[in-house]
Design a protein around this ligand. Sequence first.
Ligand SMILES: NC(=O)c1ccc[n+]([C@@H]2O[C@H](COP(=O)([O-])OP(=O)(O)OC[C@H]3O[C@@H](n4cnc5c(N)ncnc54)[C@H](OP(=O)(O)O)[C@@H]3O)[C@@H](O)[C@H]2O)c1
Length: 316
Amino acid sequence: MKIVMPGGTGQVGSVLHRAFAAAGHEVVVLSRHPARKGEVPWDGRTLGPWAEAVDGSDVVVNLAGRSVSCRYTAPNLKAMMESRVDSARVVGEAVARAVRPPRVWLQMSTATIYAHRHDAPNDEANGVIGGAEPGVPGYWSYSVDIARAWEREQERADTPHTRKVALRSAMVMSPDRGGVFDVLLGLARLGLGGPVAGGAQYVSWIHDRDFVRAVEYLTAREDIEGPVNLAAPEPLPQRLFMHALRTAWGVPVGLPATRWMAELGALALRSDTELLLKSRRVVPGRLLAEGFRFDHPRWQDAADDLVRRVRERRAA
Ligand SMILES: NC(=O)c1ccc[n+]([C@@H]2O[C@H](COP(=O)([O-])OP(=O)(O)OC[C@H]3O[C@@H](n4cnc5c(N)ncnc54)[C@H](OP(=O)(O)O)[C@@H]3O)[C@@H](O)[C@H]2O)c1
């Protein structure tokens, strides 16, 4: 297949690129700063010659968006919103204008679209969309607004010959340097992998191989469209999540952190505490109902596998 990945130069793009290339697919990445073979320039906002890559392709996976791991200042929030909405809109325009449109357009979204909750898991049918939950900082609703606007842009695209799927993905755990697993493992190895603000908030995650398998599954299943949760079936409270990570690496202790310590840590890491404190209890209702089987449904097993691969990478 010919697979086009706008924004495919980042962490998730690298995971998919490796897998697609290994399977023998042709991969074209759209980047604002093309540097490698197979990368085509675009600006993420306007149609250009890059649209020729979409015409005649089989699959488009749009991953473009300003990183959310940043301070939530007004300019950063604006860039987070605009980079997602603008890129989804212009990808939709390219698909709509294609003489030979792709069979499927997989649009990245996020599990963060669901409400902060502990009481029950969010699936696609019965999950609660966030933005109005009581007892959380008001500014958390902005991430939900971004996710909704992102998905809306794909929904409104007039692409009758192209199936559209929104990937409501949890954190994709891969052993790559600089990825989210690498950052969390680094904290755990420093002895900082304890409960944050009590650690009752749920963490949703997906192992990189299952993420790839789910993307392949959704590409092949011509009857599935709309939002699909990409998350392992067993999200768990943050204190247990970090305990499993410490166990995997063999770190005996993890210092607990209070909310204000988390604020200081987020400031030092140029990030925001929403990423640590929001309870993301998200489950893959549709994938399981359709018969998709996870290779790594449990976090301890997934963390063990990822740690083994990190050690292999370092040894190499
Ligand atoms: N990582 C996860 O676990 C996870 C989970 C759920 C959802 N997501 C979402 O999935 C997408 C991919 O995640 P990722 O971790 O691979 O992100 P990433 O590493 O930050 O990569 C995203 C890519 O988007 C492009 N980009 C950045 N700012 C842009 C802008 N202003 N306009 C257009 N393109 C821009 C960049 O490519 P160029 O610089 O080459 O143009 C960048 O490589 C993101 O939208 C993210 O929010 C990620």
